[in-house]
Design a protein around this ligand. Structure first.
Ligand code: ADE
Length: 371
């Protein structure tokens, strides 16, 4: 645009002038990434399996949190075959603290299918990847681009934010139409000679420069002169994100039922929230002490003492648990526990059983003195 045209546009009160040519963007992103990338375990040695595990772990979870989990997981399950054969209790124990355990369950199912349907080799075609449990468009794109150097886009929240700012997208990035538009734009920019570094570079730019929920560091950005939001001075107001639906509030009562140093655990049903994981027995609603004691008697146990453990809350994606807890001492059980219950010693409980972090406040009370 000539200076004269630019002045005219500004006078007309139209959008500030901006040259929409993004043809330099891919090369700049790749160059910047190669100079500035963080050294992360899944980048130092790349394979489809390592990309699969790291990308699943990185969903909803911070890089710093994932690092030690990634290393431990790879030591226990070094390849697809060992993951397909994983012992569930060990799998969940290695996932303990990462949350969203369905990711771990799906990883094992995914490994199984890779063995059964693809001879143990993680496929490189997006259509095949998308047919596997737990693999959505982002993860399929990441494996194809990062591990197989296929020229496809991997669009996560970081990439949506970067592209929404680059194009000054006014729509809600959670709306499918906007997401599709930004995905199509990203796909059109993938360079055939460096799709992996481009994909990781877009993510890295989102993580280090084009920050979420904070003013972006535009002065350090390699594509600031291509960025419409920067030109319009609105980068810190984008992307537009609609309100997520409110979480459903559920009140629950959690019981630490103890006999000496053993604590009662219950295995959750194979389907639904926290499927197949171990938990402290818990019940719908805020029970008072008498109701809590009755619940313990209903399990065939003989409570001798009760004391409150206080309140805690936990946020799931769609549900918020508001919990109240009781410590209930029981006499030594004189008959077997009901099906689905175990009563391990504290050491065994902590080393062998994965207790979801929803119960963290109560798990802690096993090892720290009560107030
Ligand atoms: N977030 C999602 N994928 C990532 C990756 N490969 N590196 C860093 N952060 C990420």
């Amino acid at each position: 645009m000539t200076d004269e045209n630019r002045r005219k546009t500004e006078k007309n009160g139209d959008r500030p002038p901006f040259d929409p040519a993004l043809s330099d963007l891919p090369e700049r992103i790749v160059g910047w990434y190669r100079e500035n990338r963080r050294r992360l375990p899944w980048r130092e040695e790349v394979s489809p399996y390592r990309t699969l595990i790291s990308e699943i772990m990185l969903q909803q979870t911070r890089v710093e949190t994932v690092k030690p989990y990634f290393e431990r997981f790879l030591s226990a399950f070094p390849d697809v075959a060992s993951l397909a054969d994983a012992n569930d209790e060990l799998l969940y124990k290695l996932w303990e603290g990462l949350g969203y355990y369905s990711r771990a369950r799906n990883l094992k199912r995914c490994a199984h299918e890779v063995v059964d349907r693809f001879g143990g080799v993680i496929p490189s075609e997006q259509k095949d990847l998308l047919s596997l449990p737990g693999i959505g468009p982002y993860t399929a794109g990441a494996i194809a681009a990062f591990a197989y150097d296929r020229p496809v886009a991997a669009v996560d929240g970081n990439v949506l934010r970067v592209t929404a700012r680059v194009t000054a997208e006014p729509g809600d990035i959670l709306a499918p139409a906007v997401r599709n538009k930004l995905t199509a734009l990203t796909s059109s920019l993938v360079p055939t000679d460096a799709p992996g570094d481009f994909g990781q570079g877009m993510i890295e730019l989102g993580a280090l420069i084009c920050l979420p929920n904070r003013p972006p560091k535009c002065e350090l950005c390699p594509i600031r002169d291509l960025c419409r939001a920067n030109a319009e001075g609105i980068a810190d107001r984008l992307p537009v994100r609609g309100k997520k639906p409110e979480r459903k509030l559920e009140y629950r009562t959690v019981l630490l039922v103890r006999s000496g140093t053993s604590t009662l655990l219950h295995k959750r049903p194979a389907r639904g929230l926290l499927a197949g994981l171990w938990e402290f027995p818990n019940f719908s609603g805020g029970l008072d002490e008498k109701e809590a004691l009755d619940a313990v008697r209903a399990l065939g146990l003989d409570p001798v003492r009760v004391r409150p453990l206080g309140e805690a809350k936990h946020l799931f994606t769609h549900i918020e648990w508001r919990m109240t807890g009781y410590l209930i001492s029981v006499a030594d059980p004189d008959r077997p526990l009901p099906d689905g219950y175990e009563m391990p010693e504290t050491d065994d409980l902590l080393s062998r059983f994965a207790i979801p972090s929803a119960f963290a406040a109560y798990t802690r009370s096993l090892t720290s003195p009560l107030p």
